[in-house]
Design a protein around this ligand. Sequence first.
Ligand code: FPP
Length: 255
Amino acid sequence: MIPVAKTQNDDLLFESLPERVPRHIAIIMDGNGRWAKSRGLPRTEGHRYGTENLRRTLKSCVEFGVEILTIYAFSTENWSRPPLEVRMLMRILEMVIDRELKELHENGVQIRHIGEMEGIAPVLQKKIQYACDYTKDNTRLILNVAFNYGGRDEIVHAVRRIMQDGFAPEQVTEDLISRYLYTCGLPDPDLIIRTSGELRVSNFLIWQGAYSEYYATPAYWPDFDKEELRKALVEYGQRKRRFGKTDEQLESEDE
Ligand code: FPP
């Protein structure tokens, strides 16, 4: 899935990349349905092409030197979609694991699941767990699959577990909460991309994204290709990340 060979075009893409590539990118892969509708196709075809695009994006992330990719594949709110579409989205994850796991593993991808297992069919739960265990030692790219994921739900679970573990109020810190989130141990996303022109966070990484750079593009997810990703990275490279500080403070830190 992730070829190492580069073409001449790829060299041009690399040349135009900024020095500062985000270590962790998160993507809200939106617009599959509209992409399909604009072509007179059923929504399910949009998800099929969206899945194909995920393959390409993984490859591009490795080529651009991104270390962690988090994708929003199924939100806690997506259960309210028509039952047929929910079944299709479940089936897609199952098919990706059945058909792509070996290749993902051979290409050094470590799969992690972020989200709630409860609510997912037991058969699929087992497959997700198997995929995570099977690839746990891979280091080329970490792929966080947000599936049955909601940012608020994640925080509620973290708080419940912190209380169950008996922490006193004064022991509750930002660091402690971060350690109880599904993304424990991973750096926060540097860049959060949303496709399809929507300008919403939609309950995605609401804690971890506190200081992320956001990037929105009108491109529907199936059309978000390597060139679109490069544009997002170039824009990210031009942003000044202040983390609440002033320009003067940042400049004196650089000296
Ligand atoms: C948003 O498009 C997309 C989703 C809710 C699902 C994203 C899933 C994939 C890209 C397939 C890969 C999935 C897995 C599980 C690996 P939309 O349906 O909301 O589009 P619309 O806003 O145009 O209706």
